[in-house]
Structure formats: C-alpha cells, structure tokens
Design a protein around this ligand. Structure first.
Ligand code: FAD
Length: 395
C-alpha cells in the first residue's frame, strides 16, 4: 500500500472513530467516562468494590455491565469472539490480554502461562489476532523478580521459583515461535524490571534469529531508557538477532515517585511530562531509522506521537501497512486514533483484556485512575463522544 500523506490523518473524525458503536453503546460510554471523570468516585470506588466482594454483595453484575463492558472482552477467550470479529470488520486487530493480576503462587503462575499459550494457539494463522501478550508478574513472583533485580542473594526456594519463571517464559516464547505468533512482554515497576529485561533479552536471543517474535517493552517515562534502547540495539546487532519493541510512556508514575521518595533513592521517572514526550518520540525515531533490525509497536494514546510515527514512515518511504510497524491502543480507549489509522491502512491492534471479573479489577481500577489523572483523557474521550452524538442527531 502506498504511503498516505500524513496530512490526511484526522484524529478528530468521530464518524470513523465510532463507526463500530451503536447509538446506545455510545451513550453508555459517555455516561461511564462522565462517572470516571469524578476523582472522588474513582478514589472511593476500588475500596468499596473490594469490600462488596469481600462480604459477598452481588456487585459482579453491575461491574460487568459498566466498566468491564467498556474495557474488557469477556471472562474467557470464547467470550471475546464477538469483539474480535467486530473490530476486524474495521481492520483493527486484537491482542487477547489475560489480565489476571496479583497472584503470588506457583500453581497460579502455571495456570496463567497455560492460558497465555491458549491465546497463542488462538492467534495462530489468524490475521484478526496479530499478537499475544503477557505480563511478567502473571507468571513470576514479584518478590523474587525484585530480589534478582537488586542483585540480592536468593534462598534455595527463591532460586527454584526464579528457575520456574524462566521455564515459563521459555515455554510461552517457544509456543509463540513454533506457531509464528508475535508476542509482547509487558513492562512493570522499575524495581523488578531489570530481571524482566534479562529474561526477555535471553528469549529474544533464542527466538528472534530470523525475525522479531518476542517483543520487550520500553517505558520512556524513565530517564534511563534511551540509553537502554541504544544498548539493546547494539547487543542485538553484535549477537545477530532482531529486536522487537513495544514503546510506552509507562503506567506506574505515581507509585514510582512515592517509593523513590520514601526509600530515599533517585526518582527513576523523568522530571517532566515534556521530557517523557521527548524521549518517547526520540525512541520512535530511532526505531524507524533502524527498521532493518527493529520491529516496533507504538503503545500510546498520544495523538502527536501517533502522528509522528506515521510521518516518520512516510519520510522513510515505508508503506502504511509496513509489517514491522504497529500502532496499539487499549480496548475502550482512544478509538479516534485506532479507527482513523486503520481506515488509512496502518496496522492497528487493540489490547483486549479478559478474565474473571474479580481478577481483572486491578486492571479496571488502573484504567479508571488513568482516565481521571492523565491530563484530560476522560475529558478528551467525552468530548469526542459528545461530538459524535451531536453529529448523529443532525443526520
Ligand atoms: C497498547 C498499550 C500497551 C501498554 N503496555 C504497557 C506496559 O507494558 N507497561 C506500562 O507500564 N504501561 C503500558 N501501557 C500504558 C502506558 O504506559 C501509559 O500509561 C498510557 O498509555 C498513557 O500514556 P500515553 O503515551 O498513551 O499518553 P499521554 O497521555 O501523552 O501520556 C501520559 C503518560 O505520560 C507520563 N507522564 C505524565 N506526566 C508525567 C510527568 N510529570 N513526568 C513524567 N512523565 C509523565 C506517564 O507515563 C503517563 O502515563 C500501555 C499502553 C498501551 C496503549
């Protein structure tokens, strides 16, 4: 496909953005974003919901019909079928994201690894599902990853737990390799990330010999990550493997800053948002410049960065559907970016979280929190939905 002039991209085109939504779906999204735009509601929501589950109140139905419906595909892979097909009608791919969080035992880790492998089998030869994904703490102990990252000595049991985690990483990555499905590995908090980076680098070296199958995630809200990117590139070149990278700004800023202040070590996060933006865009530039070695996915809801990536592709003469470049947003958010890019032939995928309602609550709380705290995200969603509702009324 010939490159579209970047000037054709219009993220304000709400007709395209919400083509996939009926009037009533649009209205429900409007009410939901309106509710999570209230910081007090988002603050008292999580403890209230947890307490309600703890005392057995029948709250699951309410959550399922509201936030869960907006941000998740269902409780199982099968539940997600409808959404996968629906998104694909608009040339938007799906990443099945098994979003169970917060478990800390080996049986649950094995269960999650098996479920991730099921998503890989589902994605095999399926253009509707171009990637799989997993979150490292779904298959590895947080505490052990923290100790490994800090260079602390492990007990025999911890050493065993770490070896189990490595074996799970390998099993999942091998399944991705054997089934020819690209795999994202999410990035997490900075004090466990060194161990994760070590494991992912091992996997890339083993499985990315012919193309990028395994993708690491780089969080550009950290001030040390451009250096990390350059180092990762040099290592891939010197060892002869391909680098798969998902670029994000990062989801844990408040927690990172609080921990650094409390424990009195230098804050790993950039001083300002502008610094994070600068490095994010510089990382995009670096990846496109080295596209012969790097496959990249821009995991962002930022319109400027998304537009920049399209422009960089155009300048390099790459087609919009260049297979080594993807744009990705979360399901239920920033449809104006996803659907407008997809309409112009760019590769777009949505993370579609799924899992038992109670188990995905941490993910849902984060989305609600993000939509309140990230500069105007809920406001932006509301504005776009409002514009579209008005446009439809005038028809
Ligand atoms: C497909 C996809 C996959 C993702 N995967 C991961 C993942 O694996 N790991 C992960 O951590 N996150 C992940 N995220 C979340 C992501 O890191 C961001 O939290 C979220 O996308 C908001 O950033 P943005 O680029 O979309 O947009 P923006 O709204 O432009 O940026 C908001 C982000 O900027 C940063 N920021 C805000 N204020 C400041 C400040 N004062 N100083 C420094 N930085 C600041 C923060 O990271 C904040 O989240 C993913 C997001 C998407 C869309």
């Amino acid at each position: 496909m010939q490159a579209t002039a970047t000037s054709e991209i219009d993220f304000g085109n709400t007709k395209v953005a919400f083509e996939s939504k009926s009037d009533s779906e649009l209205r429900n999204s409007y009410l939901l974003f309106k509710a999570i735009g209230f910081p007090w509601l988002v603050k008292i929501g999580p403890p209230m919901v947890n307490a309600a589950f703890a005392v057995g109140l029948p709250i699951k139905g309410i959550i399922k019909a509201t936030v869960f419906k907006q941000f998740c595909g269902g409780e199982s892979i099968q539940d997600c079928e409808h959404t996968i097909d629906h998104l694909y009608q608009f040339h938007v791919g799906t990443i099945l994201d098994y979003s169970v969080e917060g478990t800390e035992n080996e049986t649950d880790f094995d269960h999650t690894a098996d479920e991730v492998i099921r998503t890989i089998h589902k994605a095999k030869n399926n253009p509707k599902i171009p990637f799989s994904v997993f979150k490292p703490t779904g298959v590895a102990s947080f505490n052990v990853l923290a100790k490994v990252s800090a260079g602390e000595k492990l007990t025999a049991a911890e050493q065993q737990s770490f070896e189990n985690a490595r074996a799970r990483f390998r099993k999942i990555c091998k399944a991705a390799f054997d089934n020819h499905v690209r795999l994202f590995i999410d990035a997490e908090k900075s004090w466990i990330q060194a161990a994760i980076d070590g494991l992912v680098t091992e996997m890339m070296e083993a499985f990315n010999t012919r193309e990028a199958i395994v993708y690491n995630t780089i969080q550009l809200y950290r001030h040390d990550r451009m250096q990390f990117l350059h180092h990762a590139y040099d290592e891939a070149v010197s060892k002869g493997y391909y680098l798969g990278l998902k670029l994000v700004r990062g989801a844990y800023m408040e927690i990172e800053r609080e921990r650094a202040a409390k424990m009195n070590y230098p804050d790993p996060i950039q001083k300002t948002k502008a610094d994070a933006d600068r490095d994010y865009d510089a990382a995009l530039e670096f990846c496109v410049e080295h596209i012969d070695r790097i496959s990249v996915c821009a995991g962002t809801h930022n319109e400027n960065s998304s537009r920049l990536l399209a422009r960089l592709m155009e300048e390099k003469g790459l087609p919009n559907n260049e297979p080594r470049i993807y744009f990705s947003q979360l399901f239920g958010m920033s449809d104006n970016i996803s659907f407008n890019l997809a309409k112009l032939g760019y590769n777009v995928v949505k993370y579609l979280p799924y899992g038992p309602v109670k188990a995905v609550l941490p993910y849902l709380f984060r989305r609600a929190q993000e939509n309140t705290s990230v500069q105007g995200q809920a406001g932006r969603e509301l504005q776009l939905i409002d514009k579209e509702m008005r446009r439809r009324k005038k028809r």
